[in-house]
Write a protein that binds this ligand. Structure first.
Ligand code: CP
Ligand code: NVA
Length: 311
């Protein structure tokens, strides 16, 4: 597999490999110092980013390369140069391209024309790098993934979709509680359910947060309004999602040893209370830290052509 555009592109073996590589980079961060020697990795961000921008920059640097952050105003894309032309040109200088933007079609077009690996650093539809770091965090905390229920409560957007896909491929039991109309797309749910059938996991969708978190080892949420969501949806989203706030009462319905996860940035008092996110059961800063070895693993696996991929 040349690119990582969606969590659904990964096989179970790919995930196992990525988690093993990432665990290796946790203990020996500079164990592959020459993989990107004398190479650059352009990172194109059309949306804000703290974790992804800096963890990717650190990952590239640890692999011996130089990250180059560019925004929409700095490329000729802004003045009408096509995505395929941009991809071909970038590919003649770079070892890989990391991109955060709105449209998944744009990222697919870039990947199709780029002669080097393209990594989706978040689109409106997907956040695969986050999902790899999330599974790494669950594995690090509980020792294994299988047999654990991960309950996602809130908006079924990019983070929820990639988490659901990755967890199902990895054989976890995934439950999602979203308001009606806020679930991930039907084809994503069908894909995850089929993967879970094969991997020994399970995928359950509900509108009831308490039902979702029952027996859960992990309770996960994300913001109610994502970067690609239209402004005129804000009020309706907040109204629909208010009953899905993760608070101590909801955590009380999960397992006694359940942990709380959030991709960050978070809005205390909206999707999660301060008590929960700043409490003892919160893994959010481990998750954020794990973005670095997870991205290092993804880059090193793609650059050494070790991902099998589904397509
Ligand atoms: N979780 C995440 O992707 O954070 P950033 O938007 O800060 O990169
Ligand atoms: N769903 C959020 C995730 C941010 C990391 C967004 O797309 O804005």
């Amino acid at each position: 597999m040349k690119d990582l555009l969606r969590a659904a592109d990964l096989t179970g073996d790919d995930l196992t490999l990525l988690l093993r590589l990432a665990a290796g980079f946790q203990t020996a961060p500079e164990s592959a110092p020459d993989l990107l020697a004398h190479r650059i990795v352009p990172m194109y961000f059309a949306k804000p980013s703290t974790r992804t921008r800096l963890s990717t920059a650190a990952a590239v640097t640890r692999l011996g390369g130089t990250p180059v952050s560019v925004g929409p105003d700095e490329l000729q894309l802004r003045r009408g140069e096509t995505i395929p032309d941009t991809a071909r040109v970038m590919g003649s200088y770079a070892a890989a391209i990391v991109i955060r933007t709105f449209s998944d079609t744009d990222v697919a077009d870039l990947a199709a024309a780029a002669p080097v690996p393209v990594v989706n650093a978040l689109t409106d539809g997907h956040h695969p790098l986050q999902a790899v770091a999330d599974l790494l965090t669950v594995q690090e905390h509980f020792g294994h993934l299988r047999g654990h229920r991960i309950a996602y409560v809130g908006d079924g957007g990019n983070v929820a979709r990639s988490l659901m896909e990755a967890a199902a491929i990895a054989g976890m039991d995934v439950t999602l509680a979203t308001p009606p109309g806020y679930a991930p797309p039907d084809e994503a749910v069908a894909f995850a359910a089929a993967q879970a059938d094969r991997s020994g996991g399970a995928v359950t969708l509900t509108n009831e947060p308490i039902e979702a978190v029952k027996n859960a080892s992990v309770v996960y949420t994300d913001v109610w309004v994502s970067m690609g969501d239209p402004d005129d949806q804000r009020e309706g989203r907040v109204r629909a999602l208010a009953p899905y706030r993760v608070d101590e009462r909801l955590m009380g319905h999960a397992r006694d040893d359940a942990v709380f996860m959030h991709c960050l940035p978070a809005h205390r008092g909206q999707e999660v209370t301060a008590e929960v996110i700043d409490g003892e059961r919160s893994l959010v800063f481990r998750q954020a830290a794990n973005r670095l070895p997870a991205t290092q693993a993804v880059l090193s696996a793609l650059l050494t052509e070790r991902l099998e991929g589904r397509r």
